[in-house]
Design a protein around this ligand. Sequence first.
Ligand code: PLP
Length: 408
Amino acid sequence: MTQRESSNPSWRPATNLVRGGLTRSGFSETSEALYMTSGYVYESAEEAEAAFSNDIDRYIYSRYANPTLSMLEERLCLLEGAEACATTASGMAAVFAALACQVEAGDYVVASRALFGSCLYIINDILPRLGVETRVVDGTDLAEWEDALSRPTKCVFLETPTNPTLEIIDLAAVCELAHAVGARVIVDNVFSTPMLQRPLQLGADIVVYSTTKHIDGQGRSLGGAILCDAEFHKEFVTPFMRHTGPALSPFNAWICLKGLETLDLRVRQHCENARAVAEFLEGQPGLNRVIYPGLASHPQHDLAKTQMSGASSMVSFELPGGKEAAFRFLNALEIIDLSNNLGDAKSLITHPETTTHQRLSDEERVQLGINGGLVRLSVGLEDPLDLQDDIARALDFSALKADRAVRR
Ligand SMILES: *Cc1c(COP(=O)(O)O)cnc(C)c1O
């Protein structure tokens, strides 16, 4: 069966989101084909032998490669400006593979402290168990990076904006410090999406995604991706992926291909809605903090503007009255769902202290600025006025209840 590819290197991002990497089968289908197959058959024993000795380039087994995954990988490369991509079964599989494929006992790895909980677990618990020395730093403090990066370093791992306090890390500055000591920089770009921030252009070597978030964007599938140059992909990522097996399901890859078609539109609307909600929150009397990189009040607003083309869909804020007030507020919401997920069409809110960051020590939480009053909101695609009404009603309710509790 003949296959027809329809990519063109001069296409702009919006066109690549819809058509990049599309390879049509002999049936000339409109939509990307879903190849739910674990293996592939050979015309002859000789062909199988040639495939295994790499004399011919063809699909062998879906743990190695699959045509639906290839379409997604090609599309993600075009978006990111990367030479190569490996998709993975989850975002965490991407993070772990990106690190584990290159480190060995005796290596030294530096990471920012404000990480997605499971990423911090890999840095603080798993890598040291494998004999890798790790150090975490305050990602916003360049002096701390400089101090940590004053000796040969294998990798730097960071995310920006950070979870859940939305701090911005200076990517270009950290990459320069890292490269001076021979480190490869891995950026977890989930909060920004490829639409808002291009770490490779700022000097990073590897970008990882959880496609579970904005790339699917509608809460249907887990997935991840590693983007890097062709040489690193060939030498480190490919053998690790093939022999340890965190391959993405073709079905989930197909969902992501369909998700990417609307990523640009959705992310733009997410950002617009998040800004509206953040500005509304800033106007509410009595909140301790409203954190959104797009607000002039954000301590790194100017840095955010230099490395991001939009301020993201995430807004965090702190209620006075600690955990009790936060729980009253969360339980009073009618539209916004309580969920630790993010980047979904539905607005989702979580209480980091008792959920995503529950495992951390009190001291670690203080260092990260996480306290009982803090909530993290992933702003969805509902009408922002309805979200504001929902928040206003829940804030009133929690304040009234607090008031009554005091009077009683
Ligand atoms: C969700 C997330 C991950 C992990 O992705 P999964 O798909 O849940 O495994 C990693 N980093 C960040 C920043 C995330 O938000």
